[in-house]
Design a protein around this ligand. Structure first.
Ligand SMILES: Cc1cc2nc3c(=O)[nH]c(=O)nc-3n(C[C@H](O)[C@H](O)[C@H](O)COP(=O)(O)OP(=O)(O)OC[C@H]3O[C@@H](n4cnc5c(N)ncnc54)[C@H](O)[C@@H]3O)c2cc1C
Length: 438
């Protein structure tokens, strides 16, 4: 309930801040005798600019802001709202030109003035940011390059937009209005500095040492880290952290991974990392003794958040990692609640952590159904995909009381969620973790 209240609070605060520019426009002195379309165009520009500014708050990883929703939901919102904001910003020059076609010349950098040039620069930076995000996967742009460019273009967009507003001067014709707009841009640039400079400075005193790199089945590695001269980290089972393996926290390469260790232990944390790309495929070469830095814990996908008399965990491939942490935590806590785990993977040899799950079965009331796409000869368990029929055979009789937590490839999660809803599981009893933030 507390989370619902704070979720509503942040949403209302967000909406109120987006409306501030309209309120500011109405506070005298206001320019007189201007056409409706012109004013609407200006208002849309201000609203779009405020939304873009607030994007910096959404990515700043403030736990109080992200906790009620989960960081994946916040980043999803960040993506959707970016499109709305840029649409409002594009309407800004369009309506101004419709109201007064002579202003078309402002679109020409040579024919316009400095205010229009900075406006143009800001719009171009924003459009480039959106296009790069939409097309990143198609053009296989490396994640780290995309992220550096995304942040850089975002800063260019906000600083250029602010300069445009100050130079245009129409609705910033008093010192206090100027101060509000300049202050807003300064705070947003400050957030980037906080995330990329201050956070790493703080992380310097909270280094971690690699204590073990263990090969698991299915091209997966367990990476264990111990705190160096600090008291470690408390997290809720199912949460994740951004991991950097480097001698300095200022490296731009960091990747999110779910903890697989018990939340009851803070002296060591473990991550289960599947070889999927350049960073994760380097695991075999990570040396014991190497230095690492963590930014976390983050995320709302935890059984501690969704209390229930029992759970159904549905995992696909490396999506098992958050559940491993939940099960180990339950074992350490002596939690007597029943858990049904449906774990889908390509083949029996690819099922990472199945030995650990066998051990956990003795400490937790755990039923496991493995679903293999390509089962070995003589396999008597489930095969194929996690379908409605597999669910029918595997789900417990008291399933209607339980909480369903899903983590796996997006098509699997979509299919399983639909099947669960069709079975009459209430939507609020189903929670999903997506391993893709961008
Ligand atoms: C909340 C969350 C929890 C995750 N937990 C696990 C886990 O427990 N085990 C596991 O093996 N994987 C997990 N992942 C996925 C893991 O972060 C990516 O597989 C990893 O970052 C890939 O990096 P790469 O350089 O090896 O591959 P690349 O080839 O560089 O990337 C493959 C894809 O992974 C995504 N990705 C890459 N870098 C990042 C990044 N820094 N942040 C977000 N996405 C990125 C991109 O969509 C990219 O296209 C999790 C992801 C998220 C969002």
């Amino acid at each position: 309930m507390d989370r619902t209240i704070s979720g509503v609070f942040w949403l209302l605060l967000y909406s109120a801040i987006v409306m501030v520019p309209i309120a500011l426009m109405l506070v005298p002195p206001v320019p007189a005798g201007r056409a409706f379309w012109l004013e609407l165009g200006v208002a849309l520009g201000f609203v779009g600019l405020t939304q873009i500014a607030l994007q910096f708050v959404l990515i700043a990883r403030f736990r109080r802001v992200t906790a009620p929703y989960g960081i994946d939901v916040v980043l999803h919102y960040h993506r959707q709202i970016a499109i709305v904001a840029v649409a409002a910003i594009l309407l800004h020059p369009a309506l101004i030109i419709i109201a007064d076609p002579a202003r078309l010349r402002l679109l020409n950098p040579l024919g316009g003035n400095w205010a229009s040039r900075f406006g143009l620069l800001s719009v171009l930076a924003l459009v480039a940011t959106i296009l790069m995000s939409l097309l990143r996967e198609r053009f296989r742009l490396r994640y780290e390059y995309w992220r550096a460019a995304h942040l850089g273009l975002g800063v260019v967009a906000i600083v250029a937009a602010q300069t445009h507003v100050s130079l245009a001067g129409l609705y910033t014709n008093t010192a206090w209005k100027q101060a509000i707009w300049i202050g807003m841009a300064a705070v947003m640039v400050g957030l980037v500095v906080m995330l990329r400079v201050l956070n790493p400075i703080l992380q310097r005193n909270r280094a971690w040492r690699v204590t073990e790199v263990r090969e698991e089945r299915g091209d997966t590695w367990s990476l264990s880290l111990a705190p160096v001269d600090h008291d470690g980290l408390r997290f809720a089972p199912g949460q994740f952290a951004w991991v950097k393996i480097a001698d300095t926290p200022f490296t731009i390469e960091e990747h999110p991974f779910s903890f697989t260790s018990s939340a009851e232990r803070s002296d060591v944390v473990v991550f289960g990392i599947k070889e999927l790309g350049d960073f994760s495929s380097r695991m075999s070469r990570v040396a014991v003794g190497a230095t690492a830095f963590l930014d976390g814990p983050h995320g709302a996908f935890s059984m501690d958040r969704y209390q229930a008399p029992g759970y159904v965990f549905i995992a696909g491939g490396v999506g098992i990692t958050p559940f491993l942490s939940m099960l180990k935590t339950m074992a350490d806590r002596g939690d007597p609640r029943p858990v049904t785990l449906i774990y889908a993977d390509r083949s029996w040899d690819a099922v990472a952590f199945r030995d650990e799950l066998d051990v956990l079965r003795e400490r937790v009331r755990l039923e496991i159904t493995y679903v293999l796409e390509d089962p070995p000869e003589g396999w008597e368990g489930e095969e194929g995909m996690v379908t409605a029929e597999v669910l029918e055979r595997s789900l417990p009789r008291d399933g209607y009381k339980r909480m369903y937590l899903l983590c796996g490839p997006p098509p699997m999660m979509d299919a399983v969620q639909s099947a669960l809803l069709e079975r009459g599981v209430p939507r609020r009893h189903i929670q999903l973790e997506r391993f893709a933030l961008v």
